[in-house]
Design a protein around this ligand. Structure first.
Ligand code: FES
Ligand code: FES
Length: 152
């Protein structure tokens, strides 16, 4: 076990963990931040997506010892009141079904819009195809991202 000071959603958080503990476990089990979901645990589904310095990463694949001074943003920190344009668009399009993949989908989409506020359909397709939704909400996800981009 070692001590780490990690910046999550703008706040310093102290955690005790083994160096190879994935950030996903730190978030969910140590810090009780359950918005980030465990899907596959092997980097394949995107349910655990958070931002590391604004980039979408799979928190099941990031050891706590690799975070250092980087800024982590989770779904809890995307917006204070849950009113990020993507979250509003998600409601407008009634995107989620079971909801399990959706925090990861939104964080992935937010990283796209951080870099490209006016993505083409193909750019949205390319950016989102790695996030798996077993309920098949893909068309609504892409429509909601387009709507959110219009607000930016
Ligand atoms: S839980 Fe991390 S990619 Fe599936
Ligand atoms: S909404 Fe059910 S897995 Fe995506």
């Amino acid at each position: 076990m070692a001590s780490y000071n990690i910046k999550i959603n703008g706040k310093a958080r102290a955690v005790e963990a083994d160096a190879d503990t994935p950030m996903l476990w730190v978030l969910r089990d140590e810090l009780d931040m359950k918005g980030t979901k465990f899907g596959c645990g092997i980097g394949q589904c995107g349910a655990c997506t958070v931002h590391l310095n604004g980039n979408a990463v799979r928190s099941c694949q990031i050891p706590v010892s690799a975070v250092g001074e980087s800024d982590i943003t989770t779904i809890e920190g995307l917006s204070e009141k849950g009113d990020h344009p993507l979250q509003e668009a998600w409601k407008e399009h009634d995107v989620p079904q079971c909801g399990y993949c959706q925090a990861g989908q939104i964080m992935n989409a937010a990283a796209l819009l951080n870099k490209n506020s006016n993505p083409s359909y193909q750019e949205i397709e390319d950016a989102t195809h790695g996030n798996i939704c077993r309920c098949g909400t893909y068309n609504k996800i892409k429509a909601a991202i387009s709507t959110a981009a219009e607000q930016l």
